[in-house]
Design a protein around this ligand. Sequence first.
Ligand SMILES: Cc1cc2nc3c(=O)[nH]c(=O)nc-3n(C[C@H](O)[C@H](O)[C@H](O)COP(=O)(O)OP(=O)(O)OC[C@H]3O[C@@H](n4cnc5c(N)ncnc54)[C@H](O)[C@@H]3O)c2cc1C
Length: 462
Amino acid sequence: MANDASTVFDLVILGGGSGGYAAALRAAQLGLDVALIEKDKLGGTCLHRGCIPTKALLHAGEVADQSRESAEFGVKTSFEGIDMAGVHKYKDGVISGLYKGLQGLVASRKITYVEGAGYLSSPTSVDVNGQRYEGRHILLATGSVPKTLPGLTIDHDRIISSDDALVMDRVPKSAIILGGGVIGVEFASVWKSFGADVTVVEGLKHLVPVEDENSSKLLERAFRKRGIKFNLGTFFEKAEYTNDGVKVTLADGKEFEAEVLLVAIGRGPVSEGLGYEEAGVAMDRGFVTVDEYCRTSVPTISAVGDLIPTLQLAHVGFAEGILVAERLAGLNPVPVDYAGVPRVTYCNPEVASVGLTEAQAKERYGADKVVTLKYNLAGNGKSKILKTSGEVKLVQVRDGAVVGVHMVGDRMGEQVAEAQLIYNWEALPAEVAQLIHAHPTQTEALGEAHLALAGKPLHSHD
Ligand SMILES: Cc1cc2nc3c(=O)[nH]c(=O)nc-3n(C[C@H](O)[C@H](O)[C@H](O)COP(=O)(O)OP(=O)(O)OC[C@H]3O[C@@H](n4cnc5c(N)ncnc54)[C@H](O)[C@@H]3O)c2cc1C
């Protein structure tokens, strides 16, 4: 192993996804000498196989739906079908523009970018392509990959993961989606908009089961209306090939058949065979465990992103990467408040939330201390114009701050920015009610919900 002892970096980062590159950019900005090691493409899952491509597909789906439904708005168009090559061209164009921009950013911050698969060779070094990169500190940010179940093999053809679904050259006639979490319902939404017959199979009681139950129920109602089928509350038993597709059997014997089966049951950490355990890094079921400052059990090693057992979201990776960079640069950053992280599921309709669900709030504060309010989008002019329905639900500690905001409806993801300010600033309903919201916007729904919670409802009943 060639040991380039002449250079000892302040920070060596393994993995150039959201967590790794955010740490690299912030550390370099703060004057640290940084090496960033990536075996595939800078930007990682989010840019190439996650957030960005899925949202491009969802937007294409929205355009398809709008062209189908245009007559409702008095506009004459005809929907002729989906040209997958054209959809991929659009999606890949978005990705490549952002990819170039990110490469430019990394280069401009004088970060040493290393292409290749890295291995943690000691608590202060990573080996790549026969070269050793020494660092005063190491950041592990190797992310995650799609999970499957024992006996369920992803064949990349009929039984596929989200990585495969993003590059499919056709719209499947029918699809079973195993898992009704964020990734599952987003693909259900896209494929339905593209014309597929979709069934979601979720073992828990609801779609998007980590959301407030009210949001899950509203999404289920909307999916039913859109003709997206789902089976809840029974777990998967097995999948078998049929002549032209896949048959899924559930634990209660119920069977479903479709052309493809998308396995969307979650993502597992990338940590095996990378030298982590050998270096003494404490792990739990493959995740690297950390404290609130993203410090591992080894003083010279930190870890961020999907590799650690926090919310698997790109903006969480960014925040954790920045936290580590600022800590190493001697600043005094505050730990991430994970309940204060905005969460958006970009299916149609969108599901957005921040803070505690009603159930979590009751557990934390006691059932008699929690007040909730639902504002129906039927009273919101802009939502009527968009022909969307849904609700804003607020969870408040009695006579205290709003501790949860849960929204369902087209474009409601865009409202989460205000919702997170309300939660993170521990705003009282009366304080938010004081703020004027522009008319007619969907932001008014959030304003009106707070007016009602403050005891002075405008476009809603007492
Ligand atoms: C379909 C889908 C949709 C999603 N949509 C959203 C969304 O809308 N919003 C959102 O916030 N999040 C979304 N996510 C989640 C988001 O993509 C992840 O939370 C985020 O990418 C995690 O960042 P990370 O840096 O931890 O890991 P990753 O982005 O996975 O990056 C890890 C990087 O490490 C590299 N690597 C691994 N091992 C090595 C090695 N040995 N040597 C060198 N490099 C290595 C990998 O190649 C990879 O580039 C989505 C994910 C998926 C799959």
